[in-house]
Every structure is written in C-alpha cells, then in structure tokens.
Design a binder for this molecule. Structure first.
Ligand code: NAD
Length: 358
C-alpha cells in the first residue's frame, strides 16, 4: 500500500500529539518535521523512537514544503504564526490540516478562506470537538428530531488554567487572539454546527480575575482572560451561551453541553459517564442513552477525537471523503470569539454585521 507521507510543522505539545495519533496508522509515513526550536524537535524525536531515522528535519517550514518529502502537512505552530505559515502552504498543492484557531483575527481568517478557494487541495481546520464520542452522539440524536425544534444551546467549560507553552506564547492575547478565540473557537464551532445558522449578535462579560496575574515576561504582564459568559443570538432564533472558567479544576466534567428543543432536551458531558441524558417534556422522563464508543488506535488528550479527525482528513486527502471542517467553519468560529472580546472591551452588544464579512 502506498503510504501518505506526512510533514509536521511545529513539534510542541499538540504537534507531538498528532504524531502519536498518526504512528499506529498503516497507511501513513511521517517523513518530515519542522520547528525553529531544538527542544521541541527533541520531543518529536523521542515520540517517534526508532521511526525517527529517515525523517527530514527542518528549522524553517518553507524548506519542509520545498523538500518534496511530504504529501500532506499538519500546522501545529502557535496561533499567531498560522497566518504566515498557511500563506506558504496555500501557495502549494499540499493538503493541510491547520490547528485551531485558523488565525487570530477575523481579517486574517477571511484572507485564508479566499486563498484556500484558489486551489483544489484539501484545507482542513482542526476543530475536533465534534468528534468526541458524547458530542458526536449528541449531534446524531439531535438530527433524529428527538427534542423537536432546537431553541437553546448551553456549553459550560470549567477547567484548569492554560498550560505553559514554548516561549510562553499563550500568555498574551496578541499571540492567541484572546481566550475566547484561542480556546473557545471549539465551542463556537459546535454552536454553529448545532444551530445550522449564522450568528447575528454577541454579548459577553468576562475578564482576567485569577490566573497569571503575577506573570511578567520581558517586562510585559500576561493579559489572558480566564472567565466569561458569552451569549450568542442566531439568525434562526436559536440562543446559545458559553460559561467559561479556567480556574475550576476539580469538577465532574470539563465540558457540559445541553441542547433544548420545544419537546425535550439532551445533556452531554466530557468526559461524562458514558451516557447522554435525553429528557422528554411530555412525560417528564429522562432516559440514559449509552454513547457508542468509536474504535480508535490512540485515545490521547481528546478522548479519541484527534484520531477520528486525522482519519477523516486522510480520507478527504485520498478523495474518499468530504472536507468536514472547512476554512469557512474556521472563520465563523473565530468571528464569535472576536465579537465576544469586543463586547467585553466595549461593554456592549456586538452586531455581527459590524464586521462587514464578505
Ligand atoms: N485541537 C486542540 O484541542 C488543541 C490543543 C492544544 C493546542 N492546540 C493548538 O495547537 C497549536 C500549537 O499549540 P501547542 O500547545 O502545541 O504549543 P507549543 O508551544 O507546545 O508548540 C508550538 C510549537 O511551534 C513551534 N513554532 C513556533 N513558530 C514556528 C514556526 N514558524 N514554524 C514551525 N514551528 C513553530 C514552537 O517552537 C513550538 O515547538 C496552537 O495553534 C494551539 O492552539 C490545539
């Protein structure tokens, strides 16, 4: 079998997680990596073990792209580098999976959408929460009509603070796009997917109240938002809200998602207890619906979602499946996060029409 030759751009935490997901796949060969820093390259080396022999190693992703050693690439470099790395990749015919957020600003995301339309090769955005087993099952149940017409979505993420990253890039909004872009693009993507409509208005309240307050890098204090409530109105009348706390480790679940329709509701959780809970208004019943477990060869940090994401990406690259997470999805997930930050900064509701999206 001809193996698909993968190159990895950025061999930090998430890059090495992609390597661990790719390693068990028989139809994949990891042939090249690039990272400007030596310690992350050594992490890739120890992750790959004896499969490191023969891997081409680059300090600059442009050399990797020009090497002829890869059939597809993954971008797992810091958020603020995605725009320029993507510009280089999108000027080739090499299929790409870019980690979320696609870019840190709406403007940059719009440019990427336009650039990706100029070529036929796959461009896929790494918004993989939709592949987590309980969320995938929620999406299936929702489309079966079990709760009638969808009216409300609420997503709670209560978790631990941001981890340390190479060069502390994630301590500054200028690098991440802001927490509601960096982290919460996952949840806004889910809201967009579940509603099947476009957001029209965003209102938010949030701030940096607990985390990183005493962290100073090169004379600059970390400015990372650590909690927020965000409300999103959709064009089809559905309302959504996000409740984010990044100083809330110790709860039963990291994420809880509830969708409410006019005849019932579905509750899902990550990691959860292996069930969705489906409630019916008519008889006030609640039933426990077992979450089917997808067969994956690496469960990893994201409950198997990254493995499923990579398999779907590979299918699309081989022409056997569709691109399921497009640059347009990447754009709209960032639009809501950016609107929420603007709403917090200016203390007002933000109309999405203000962004004059093309
Ligand atoms: N899908 C998810 O749930 C998820 C989880 C974690 C991180 N991420 C995303 O993955 C990306 C990487 O995050 P991380 O946690 O691995 O950070 P990290 O700091 O651990 O790794 C980033 C790596 O990129 C390297 N790098 C910097 N500039 C580069 C460039 N121009 N070309 C190549 N490499 C470069 C750094 O040296 C570092 O090794 C970010 O976009 C992040 O948002 C996604």
């Amino acid at each position: 079998m001809e193996k698909l030759r993968f190159g990895l751009i950025g061999t930090g935490m998430m890059g090495c997680e992609h390597l661990r997901n790719l390693m068990p796949m028989d139809d994949v060969a990891i042939t090249a990596v690039s990272d400007p820093n030596d310690p992350p390259l050594s992490w890739a080396k120890s992750t790959l073990g004896d499969r490191w022999d023969g891997v081409s190693v680059f300090k600059d992703h442009r050399d990797l792209l020009a090497s002829g050693a890869v059939d597809a690439v993954i971008i797992a470099s810091p958020n603020h580098t995605h725009k320029s790395v993507l510009a280089d990749v999108l000027s080739t015919d090499i299929p790409v999976l870019v980690e979320k957020p696609m870019c840190t600003t709406i403007e940059d995301c719009e440019d990427v959408v336009q650039q990706s339309k100029k070529r036929d090769a796959v461009t896929w955005v790494g918004l993989e929460y939709r592949y987590m087993p309980s969320i995938a099952h929620l999406l299936t149940q929702l489309s079966s009509g079990v709760i009638g017409d969808l009216k409300m979505i609420s997503i709670r993420e209560h978790r631990f603070p941001f981890l340390e990253k190479v060069d502390n890039w994630n301590r500054f909004t200028a690098n991440t796009g802001g927490t509601l872009v960096e982290k919460c693009c996952h949840f806004f993507d889910l809201m967009n997917l579940v509603t099947g409509a476009l957001p029209t208005r965003v209102y938010a309240s949030g701030g940096q109240d607990v985390n990183h307050l005493d962290e100073v890098y090169d004379g600059r204090q970390s400015d990372i938002l650590d909690n927020a409530f965000v409300t999103v109105d959709y064009a089809n009348g559905v309302r959504a809200m996000l409740d984010l706390s990044m100083f809330a480790e110790g709860g039963r679940n990291e994420q809880e998602i509830v969708v409410v329709g006019d005849t019932g509701k579905i509750e899902a959780a990550v990691p959860g207890d292996g069930y969705l809970y489906v409630g019916k208004r008519a008889d006030r019943s609640v039933s426990a619906d077992p979450v089917p477990q997808t067969e994956v060869e690496h469960v990893g940090f994201h409950h198997g979602a990254s493995f499923v994401e990579l398999r779907r990406f590979i299918s699309a690259v081989k022409g056997e499946g569709e691109v399921e997470v497009t640059t347009t999805d990447g754009l709209w997930s960032v639009v809501i996060g950016a609107a929420a930050h603007l709403s917090i900064d200016e203390g007002r509701a933000v109309d999405i029409s203000e962004f004059k999206l093309s």
